[in-house]
Design a protein around this ligand. Structure first.
Ligand SMILES: NC(=O)C1=CN([C@@H]2O[C@H](COP(=O)(O)OP(=O)(O)OC[C@H]3O[C@@H](n4cnc5c(N)ncnc54)[C@H](OP(=O)(O)O)[C@@H]3O)[C@@H](O)[C@H]2O)C=CC1
Ligand SMILES: O=C(CO)COP(=O)(O)O
Length: 340
């Protein structure tokens, strides 16, 4: 019987494995080690999802690499690891390049700035059978069965239909598209806007400012997407404005939280010093999820006291506001702010 592989025991990977199983498929959840496999099996999922046992008997948790038997039985594979780990995880997985693969990762390759499907193509996967899944999809909500919708984009429409059927279940509705570039770029670019929105929330700017950031951000994302070959409709849909809204407004979004913490004057955790001994593979990256949780109120921290002789430092609130709405320099020509 054919099965689907999911790469990564991440929040999204475990959620996708659960969705595929609920929709009637066998699933092989490919994890990094036997230790990780043991932990996921014991928890029936991921502790940090906080949803209890979500994986049933048809999800087989397996450390990489896949066995030849597993690899031969696959109808498709979903990649759900952070973008910096995609290359390494796919190579370690033993996934045959003949398998249709869909990237559920939202981000670009750190080294090459490539989209994830371009990275997969460089690893030998057939671009015609390689796609992207995106949309307003906070894993913590979906794993609890709350209603949500996503888009799966694959160049081959029949394959898109197959993915749509494989993933749709209950209150999770999947739409099909062929705009791989747009779906993928929208999912990566909205993270940048969500960080800015988080900063605005953290500085107490209110919903008007966040709506302005989202609207102007969407216009910018769209222009970049169109220049790179994406379709306009994608940015007006679930993968574009839909995901942007979920990420900028939901307190569950790590990107939004990253912005809130920046506004509170916090710095991202630093990677370990180069001299520190580490196992092979790329250096670990500080990510928003590595930051400590926000206090109950996400208001900015009070100004630190300074020696009275020093000039007062501009507050983050002031700097952010002035760079966001800076008026043109005196001698520069007037700027036409067109309505969008
Ligand atoms: N969470 C969500 O709601 C959604 C996430 N996504 C996307 O899914 C991808 C994964 O995000 P998310 O599920 O939130 O991740 P999580 O924050 O839940 O997990 C990331 C962490 O998982 C661990 N990890 C487990 N397996 C792997 C692996 N194979 N390679 C590298 N790290 C691994 C790493 O931590 P350690 O090394 O410490 O164990 C890593 O820092 C991202 O691209 C994200 O944009 C897309 C839609 C929704
Ligand atoms: O992509 C997401 C929701 O659609 C998850 O957002 P974060 O990565 O900001 O948590």
């Amino acid at each position: 019987m054919s099965a689907y592989a999911v790469l990564g025991a991440t929040s999204w990977g475990v959620t996708l494995a659960a969705l595929l199983e609920r929709a009637g498929s066998d699933v092989i959840l490919v994890v990094r080690s036997e230790l990780e496999a043991h932990a996921v099996r014991a928890a029936g999922g991921l502790e940090r999802l906080g949803a209890g046992r979500v994986l049933g008997p048809r999800v087989h948790v397996h450390p990489a690499p896949l066995t030849p038997g597993h690899a031969a039985s696959l109808a498709g594979a979903l990649v759900a690891v952070p973008s910096h780990a995609v290359r390494e995880s796919v190579l370690a997985s033993g996934l045959p390049a003949t398998v249709p693969v869909v990237s559920a990762t939202k981000g670009l390759d750190l080294e090459t700035s490539s989209r994830m499907t371009a990275l997969l193509a460089a690893l030998g996967f057939d671009p015609a059978r390689t796609g992207a899944l995106s949309g307003p999809n906070l894993a913590h909500e979906i794993i609890r069965g709350l209603p949500a919708a996503a888009v799966v984009a694959v160049p081959d429409p029949d394959l898109g239909l197959a993915w749509q059927h494989a993933l749709s279940h209950g209150a999770f509705r999947v739409y099909a598209s062929t705009d791989v570039v747009g779906v993928e770029l929208a999912g990566a670019l909205k993270n940048v806007i969500a960080i800015a929105a988080g900063a605005a929330w953290g500085l107490g700017f209110g919903a008007n400012a966040v709506a302005a950031i989202m609207t102007r951000g969407l216009a910018e994302m769209t222009r970049l997407g169109l220049a790179l070959g994406a379709e306009l409709a994608t940015f007006n849909g679930l993968a574009g404005v839909g995901d942007l809204a979920a990420t900028c407004f939901s307190p569950l979004s790590r990107n939004r939280r990253f912005g809130e913490l920046l506004a509170a004057g916090r710095s991202p955790p630093r990677p370990p010093p180069k001299s520190a001994k580490r196992s092979k593979g790329p250096a670990p990256r500080p990510s928003p999820s590595a930051w400590p949780p926000l206090p109950a109120s996400s208001s900015p921290s009070p100004p630190r006291s300074r020696p009275s002789s020093a000039a007062p430092a501009p507050s983050p609130r002031r700097c952010f506001a002035s760079s966001a709405v800076r008026s043109p320099a005196k001698n520069s020509p007037p700027v036409m702010l067109r309505s969008r």
